[in-house]
Design a protein around this ligand. Structure first.
Ligand SMILES: *Cc1c(COP(=O)(O)O)cnc(C)c1O
Length: 370
């Protein structure tokens, strides 16, 4: 028998969350479409699995790697595929053409590469997402670069296939409203003296913006974390947003230790029993992707009831408190996060976000789609 840990992926929940994202987007902007953001192996859920589950509903798929985009095409995905960081060298452009990909162009160098490669190989022209830097200061064309960008676009004759995009820095936070207003203002200022820009499609919103700022929906939204049932907000849980958990990390109790007052548990003995304690040992550790920084007291479900972890997380195991769960023992089922225990709660106890928990799911954990 394999080690009793597995990640269950609820494909119906994934579809539900995708359709919810699109409903939010179309409420404000009638014709809005939604890229299913499946970067980072679909946030740890499995790229091809996610794509297959969304294959007949998603308007398009967005990710980072050319190889992954090609894998989607070869798996039969016909929808548009967006490369969120565009191409990394000239040789990629031919492949982008061959596989009919849409590319983000976030800097002048990419635009020049694009012009040179389309001149030397006059194949079909790539659809472009022109990424404007409106305050995130990570990727994107700046205001001072705009005239040069417009000259390049005109020279390459690609204008007709351009979508304008930007990315919000703080749609999930308390300062979201102000920050978005400010970024929208910069977006408008950067395109104000560009008459053609008014007719170009626009893509701005990530999950947080889709859920809280529907006026940002425009033509294409880009939901990521919400597809997987994670809340982008620290002050609002996923259930209240009607998001359903997609990944449930499950395991079992391997052993039970009965310890007396003053005895310690795990590396460093950071948990010291204040009462006679039944300690359950769970087959799950940081080498499975459970966060090592989750402190004792992090919620966990054993035999359908909530309890908490004890002491430090080890590589292959962690400990939890079964003192008040007399019915639980060896072989009792454990939920680390997912159905019944939002990943956001575990993430927040560990000082991180559910994005990181999902993406960190280790390869050694078997994944089962249900
Ligand atoms: C990852 C990503 C998204 C999705 O963000 P979420 O917060 O997960 O919804 C959207 N747009 C871009 C450019 C991204 O890189």
């Amino acid at each position: 028998m394999p080690r009793p840990i597995e990640a269950r992926i609820d494909l119906a929940a994934l579809r539900h969350n995708y359709l919810l994202a699109r409903r939010h987007a179309t409420r404000q902007a009638g014709g809005a479409k939604a890229w299913a953001v499946v970067k980072a192996n679909a946030y740890g859920h499995g790229l091809l699995r996610a794509a297959a589950a969304l294959g007949d509903v998603a308007d398009g798929f967005a990710l980072l790697d050319l190889d992954e985009a090609i894998a989607l095409r070869e798996a039969g995905i016909r929808q548009p595929i967006l490369l969120l960081e565009g191409f990394f060298e000239a040789a990629d452009v031919a492949l982008c053409n061959r596989y009919d990909l849409t590319v983000v162009v976030h800097c002048l160098e990419q635009l020049k590469t694009l012009r040179q490669s389309t001149l030397s190989a006059p194949n079909r022209r790539l659809p472009i997402y022109l990424k404007l830097n409106t305050g995130m200061n990570r990727l994107g064309i700046t205001a001072t670069q705009m005239p040069a960008v417009r000259r390049e676009l005109a020279a390459a004759g690609t204008l007709a296939r351009v979508t304008l995009m930007t990315h919000f820095a703080e749609a999930d936070g308390a300062g979201g409203e102000r920050c978005i207003a400010w970024q929208l203002q910069r977006f408008a200022a950067m395109t104000a003296d560009w008459p053609a820009a008014g007719r170009l499609p626009v893509s701005l919103a990530n999950s947080a913006a889709i859920l809280r700022y529907p006026h940002t929906a425009h033509d294409w939204v880009r939901p990521g974390i919400m597809l997987y049932g994670g809340s982008p907000f620290s002050d609002q849980d996923a259930a209240s947003l009607d998001l359903r958990p997609v990944m449930t990390l499950r395991s079992r109790i391997l052993a039970v230790q009965e310890i007396g007052v003053g005895e310690r548990v795990g590396y460093g003995g950071t948990f010291v029993a204040q009462r006679p304690t039944r300690v359950g040992i769970v087959a799950c550790g940081y080498a499975d992707g459970y966060p090592r920084h989750a402190p004792g007291g992090t919620p966990i479900i054993v035999a359908g009831r909530r309890t908490h972890t004890l002491g430090r997380v080890s590589m292959d195991m962690l400990a939890c408190d079964l003192t008040d769960l007399p019915e639980a023992g060896v072989d009792s089922p454990v939920v680390l996060w997912g159905s019944g225990l939002p990943a956001d709660e575990v993430a927040s106890a560990a000082g991180t976000i559910s994005y990181e928990l999902f993406c960190a799911l280790a390869r050694r954990v078997p994944v089962v789609a249900v």
